[in-house]
Write a protein that binds this ligand. Structure first.
Ligand code: APR
Ligand code: PHB
Length: 403
């Protein structure tokens, strides 16, 4: 067995793990990233791409936003389709902020390139990652690579290994509280290389179910339709997808839709999930390892970034000031922001999807959408959540923790 030591072992090379590694590297804090999959596999995953201003600010701070500022699209509004009409929520006008469209895949690529350029340690295809003594003062992480077992001693473990990872699974059930909501439908998503006929995202609530018109670039669209959970991708030819998409997205948008061949097609279930707390001794959870939001609010990646920013600040202040308080504050500080994003994502999901067999809920939905379209106050509330609620400063967090 080989034995080494570092300050932080980061489990998972998704956006959370890579971004934490980058921020810690710039602060001179050593970290090793252990990733179960290959570099290519991680880079190949298709995920969302709507960024809050706060997320762009953290990517700026991490020094990995040069390409983003060249290639990303900035949207000052978002469309909501309902009963054949489209209503624009003027984000910039209402709350002075916009959203940035830049694929999670591109962010992952930028972070991987920065880490390679830094020469910082990452182990891909690390098997059987196992945590030891994270409840004590000398945590260790073991893994196997190339038939050899390796052990890394460290000060802290950052669990950035997603919903199905080993870190949260290592915590005994009686040490944490789980909050969960499963939705009775999924999203069928299609990626296609065709210029988007829409200039801003359009979320549509139609009598046939939800649809979303999104994009990755001026030449690539990303579109979704609500589908039954037991549907299989094979049930959906490209033709069937585009026909259904046109029937839901609204006539004006539908007129410009081209039935392009899909380059990726997948079905994802919708879930709301939060674990409390996010810290267990020397183990800190961040990103999808701690929470899942339904994608309707475009909060998944943004929430992972705010966790990671808070964890970076907690570890930075701990090492600079040799204090425990910043570490104690991490979990409550994250949870205050996580629950607000969970609430918004749940609200968007409830407003925009077809829930089977609940006539009263349907009336509530229709009435709440009509109120949204008539009320600037309601639009401003939706807008401030969609563009991203402000980050809590470390000082405010400490104050809230004391209070
Ligand atoms: N050992 C090592 N690595 C692991 C293990 C394990 N046992 N289990 C999972 N991983 C890796 C996965 O292979 C993945 O690359 O951890 C990484 C977790 O990355 P993500 O799932 O992308 O999670 P996160 O970085 O928190 O990013 C959250 O991803 O799913 C989207 O909507 C979500 O946008 C959000 C973002
Ligand atoms: C996407 O572009 O994939 C996307 C955009 C907005 C969402 C969800 C997904 O709310």
């Amino acid at each position: 067995m080989s034995r080494t030591r570092t300050q932080i072992v980061i489990v998972g090379a998704g956006p959370a793990g890579l971004l934490l590694g980058q921020l810690l590297h710039r602060e001179g804090i050593d970290a090793v990233i252990l990733e179960r999959r290959s570099h290519e596999y991680v880079l190949g995953r298709i995920r969302a791409g709507v960024l809050e201003q706060g997320t762009v600010d953290v990517l700026d701070l991490a020094g990995v936003s040069a390409r983003l500022h060249k290639e990303a699209l900035v949207h000052e509004g978002v469309g909501i389709g309902f009963q054949g009409r489209r209503h624009r929520i003027a984000l910039k006008q209402l709350v002075g902020k916009s959203v940035t469209v830049y694929g999670q895949t591109e962010i992952t690529r930028d972070l991987m390139e920065a880490r390679a350029a830094n020469g910082a340690a990452s182990v891909y295809e690390a098997e059987d990652v196992t945590l030891h003594d994270w409840q004590g003062t000398s945590p260790r992480v073991t893994y196997r690579k190339g038939g050899v077992t390796h052990e890394i001693a460290c000060d802290f473990v950052a669990g950035c290994d997603g919903y199905h990872g080993v870190c949260r699974a290592s915590v005994p059930a009686d040490k944490c509280k789980v909050f969960e909501r499963e939705y009775p439908f999924g999203w069928l998503g299609v990626l296609a290389d065709v210029p988007p006929p829409w200039k801003e995202l359009v979320y549509a609530n139609s009598a046939r179910g939800f649809a979303l018109a999104s994009l990755r670039s001026p030449t690539r669209v990303r579109c979704y339709v609500q589908c039954p959970l037991d549907d299989r991708v094979e049930d959906w030819s490209d033709t069937r997808f585009w026909d259904e998409f046109r029937r839901r997205i609204g006539e004006d948008v539908a007129a410009g839709v081209v039935s392009a061949p899909s380059i990726e097609k997948s079905i994802a279930p919708l879930r709301s999930f939060v674990v409390e707390p996010l810290r267990f001794g020397r183990l800190f959870l961040a990103g999808d390892a701690a929470h899942i939001v339904p994608p309707t609010g475009a909060k998944g990646l943004n929430l992972a970034v705010s966790d990671v920013f808070y964890l970076y600040e907690a570890l930075r202040d701990h090492y600079r000031e040799r204090r425990e308080a910043p570490l104690d504050e991490y979990s409550p500080r994250c949870l205050r922001r996580i629950w607000k994003a969970e609430r918004f994502s749940w609200w968007m999901t409830r407003q925009l999807h077809l829930f089977p067999g609940d006539a009263f809920a349907r009336r509530m939905q229709e009435t709440e959408l009509e109120y949204l379209f008539e009320s600037p106050a309601a639009q401003a509330s939706m807008a401030e959540n969609y563009v991203g609620l402000p980050f809590e400063s470390a000082a405010a967090g400490a104050q809230a923790h004391v209070a």
